[in-house]
Design a protein around this ligand. Structure first.
Ligand SMILES: Cc1cc2nc3c(=O)[nH]c(=O)nc-3n(C[C@H](O)[C@H](O)[C@H](O)COP(=O)(O)O)c2cc1C
Length: 168
């Protein structure tokens, strides 16, 4: 299975996490801010898409620009996993809500999303990225819970690998 991470990061937090996931799963990796179109998305079976959330639940800037490329690329039948960074204390009414904007597009385009993540151990008011009590992907918080990040990444990657084995 060909796997790649596509991330957007303003201050480097999402980039750092993307590199950790890359090491753990041995994937290719792309900064969406450097891509001109969605051609690279089409090369992979599993797309791991990571964004931070900005300004009341919006996408990170480079993701905002890359969205038209994602929408223009055929990802029907591909598997997608999402991760999102946010600040649950500073922006608790929209914690990691940006992930949901990507989630809705990939679902609409016929991708199969794996990697939902229980919302236990977080303290936030609301998040557009929670469906049926679970985040639509891995939620991380480098501003308030950075000590939990490595453990969360390890568990989530184990969970992804288990889902991929079941569906193989
Ligand atoms: C001006 C500003 C707006 C933000 N808005 C949100 C938000 O709406 N929701 C959220 O969960 N985090 C929000 N954050 C927190 C960032 O998502 C968080 O710091 C993240 O780790 C940044 O990752 P990056 O450096 O990869 O972009 C905001 C941060 C700033 C500085």
């Amino acid at each position: 299975m060909k796997i790649a991470i596509f991330y957007g990061s303003t201050n480097g937090n999402t980039a750092d996490v993307a590199l950790k996931i890359q090491k753990r799963l041995n994937t290719d990796i792309y900064d969406v801010g450097k891509l001109k179109n969605g051609d690279d998305l089409a090369k992979y079976d599993l797309l791991i898409l990571g964004t931070s959330t900005w300004y009341d639940g919006d996408l990170q800037d480079d993701w905002e620009s890359f969205m038209s490329s994602l929408k223009a690329t055929d990802i029907h039948g591909k598997t997608v996993a999402l991760f999102g960074l946010g600040d649950q204390e500073g922006y608790g009414s929209d914690y990691v809500s940006g992930m949901r904007l990507i989630y809705d597009v990939v679902v609409e385009k016929g991708a199969n999303v794996i990697g939902a993540w229980a919302d236990e151990g977080y303290s936030y008011e609301s998040s557009a990225s929670v469906i049926d009590g679970k985040f639509v992907g891995l939620a991380l918080d480098e501003d308030n819970q950075s000590e939990l990040t490595d453990g969360r990444i390890a568990l989530w990657c184990d969970q992804l690998e288990a889902s991929l084995k079941v569906s193989a």
